[in-house]
Each structure stands twice: as C-alpha cells, then as structure tokens.
Design a protein around this ligand. Structure first.
Ligand code: R5P
Length: 307
C-alpha cells in the first residue's frame, strides 16, 4: 500500500502514514497561474492499493478538485484499489435542502467521489451519521470524540478536579443531541443539557439561542460539536449557559475550520478552554492560549492497518 498526500493537511497525513507504517508515494502537484491544478503520479502503482489523503477544508473547492484529480491520475495509472482518507469532509453540513431551490451539496460531493473512482472512504465525525447513506462504497466513519473526552478528563484532573455530579454536557443545537449523549457516556456521565438554536437561513453564520433545557447552575459544562467555523453556534451556547449560572464552560469540537474573527472571539470569550483536533491544519497564527489541539493520527493509523 502507498500513501499519496494532497496539500491540505500534509502534517497529519505524514504522521498517520508513519504510524501505520505505510510509505509515502511520489506525486507532483502543479498549480498553474490561472488556479488550475495538475497532479502527476511519479511511480509505478499498477495493481497496488493506494491511499489518497486530503481534508476538504477551506479552500474547500480547491482541495476537492485536487483530490478528484489525484484519484483520476492514480486510476489511470492502474492502481487496484483507491481509498480516500478525508479527515474533514467539506460540504457535510449541506446534507439537506433547508430552503426551496437549494442543492444537496453533500450528496453531489458523494457522487463525485464515487464517479472519479474512489473505492473506499475513511472520514471522521461527519456532520451527521446519515451522510454515510449517500455512498454506495464502504465508508469507515470514525469518531474523535472519545479522544477529546479523554483529554478533557485529564485536563479537569490537573486544572481543578470536579465531582462528576458537578459536570454537565450540553448540545449546542438540536442536531447535536446524539453526539452529546455519546460524549457524556464516554465521560461516564448521564446528564445532558439541550440548547435550542434558531438560524437565520438567509444570513450565513447567524444564529441565536431560543431555549435551554436542563440545569447548569454552579456546574462545569462541556459543549461538544462537530465543527467550529465562525464560533457563533458554540459561543452563543456558552453564553446562554453562563447566563443560567454555569461556573466553567469548556468547548470541544472535532474540526476547527476557523474563519476570520473566530480565533479572537474564542480567545476573548469567557470560556475556559477550547479543545479541537488536527483534522484541519491550523497555521501557527491560528493557535491561541485557550486552544488545545489533539492529534487524530493514531485513530487514522489504526484504521489504515485494517485495510
Ligand atoms: C451546525 O449544525 C454544526 O454542527 C455547527 O454547530 C456549526 O455549523 C458551526 O458553525 P459556526 O461555528 O459558524 O456556528
């Protein structure tokens, strides 16, 4: 098996390949002045199993196109089986029509993935489990939430030990209820809090909290989510919990797809700590004191060993 890395998150790809003991293949990726991209396989892959590694994060369309062309190049070079590792699956949140006239973009991406010749997919914490049903190829849907839960448990021990009865796990919106329940179970907790969020579907990134169900007074509250983009969802939730008496709030998101302004909002907020993973490569400038980044390299490597 050989591992081919796209440009979106080479650091994680290299770590995962090294832990899985898979060699890195040679491929050049040329980018033209007009922004077209042209990958070229530089070694013999005939009848081999290959893995293509690419997070389809921002710039999502560029990273998707690079992935598709890498796969086409490998297929035309007679690779036997092509597995795509897409740690962060862009467009996953567009998995249904919210307003008339919209596309189902996640479905379109799944069709492209199959059409181009990907035979198997590995991804982490898709926006919703239901997305796996868009595919006719095997999908290995991994979760990094247990890794995050264990790091948070360690952090709580060291920072200021809390009695489990004083910890609550809160879902930042209706769609996160199942994720929150599993996350709480991972910490040995049963109590979950639900925040009801209302989005303005005509204004991207705008949302507000309409209801909080559950008691958080005096508690340490953890909010797990799949992704932080503008920070609107998770920070509105944090604020609503603090207004209702939460003592400490800790944020836990698998994917950090930060846009302009998110880092400042998170750092300047009253939340104590923000845990994310490295499914999306963060630049040094995107790191801030409250942030702790957990690597998913071993999670991916363990799955790759099963291929
Ligand atoms: C929403 O359903 C998702 O699970 C995330 O909570 C949301 O998309 C994150 O985006 P933002 O940080 O911009 O609110």
């Amino acid at each position: 098996m050989t591992f081919f890395l796209g440009n979106s998150n080479k650091v994680l790809g290299e770590k995962a390949a090294s832990l899985a003991n898979v060699p890195l293949g040679k491929m050049e990726i040329v980018r033209f002045g007009d922004s077209e991209v042209k990958p070229r396989v530089l070694e013999d892959v005939r009848d081999q199993d290959v893995v293509v590694f690419q997070s389809t994060s921002n710039p999502v369309n560029e990273n998707l196109m690079e992935l598709f062309l890498m796969v086409d190049a490998l297929r035309r070079s007679s690779a036997k089986k092509i597995t795509a590792v897409i740690p962060y699956f862009g467009y996953a949140r567009q998995n249904q029509q919210h307003l008339a006239g919209e596309p189902v973009s996640a479905h379109v991406v799944s069709q492209f993935i199959e059409t181009v010749g990907i035979n198997e997919l590995i991804s982490i914490d898709l926006h919703e489990e239901q997305l796996t049903g868009f595919f006719n190829i095997p999908v290995n849907h991994l979760s990094a939430l247990p890794l995050i839960a264990s790091e948070i448990a360690k952090y709580l021990q060291v920072s200021s030990p809390v009695n489990p009865a004083e910890i609550a796990v809160a879902s930042p919106d209706q769609g996160g209820v199942e994720r929150t329940r599993k996350f709480a179970e991972g910490l040995g907790l049963t109590e979950t809090v639900l925040i009801e969020k209302k989005r303005d579907l005509t204004h991207p990134h705008e949302c507000q909290v309409v209801e909080v169900s559950g008691v958080v007074t005096g508690k340490t509250v953890i909010i797990p989510d799949d992704v932080i983009v503008s920070g609107g969802t998770i920070l509105n939730a944090a604020e609503a919990l603090m207004e209702r008496g939460a003592k400490r709030v800790i944020l836990a998101a698998v994917h950090a797809d930060f846009i302009a302004g998110t880092i400042e909002k998170l750092q300047n907020s009253k939340v104590e700590k923000v845990f994310v993973t490295d499914t999306i490569k963060l630049s040094d400038k995107q790191l801030f004191p409250k942030l702790q980044v957990i690597s998913v390299a071993s999670l991916l490597a363990d799955q790759l060993k099963l291929l």
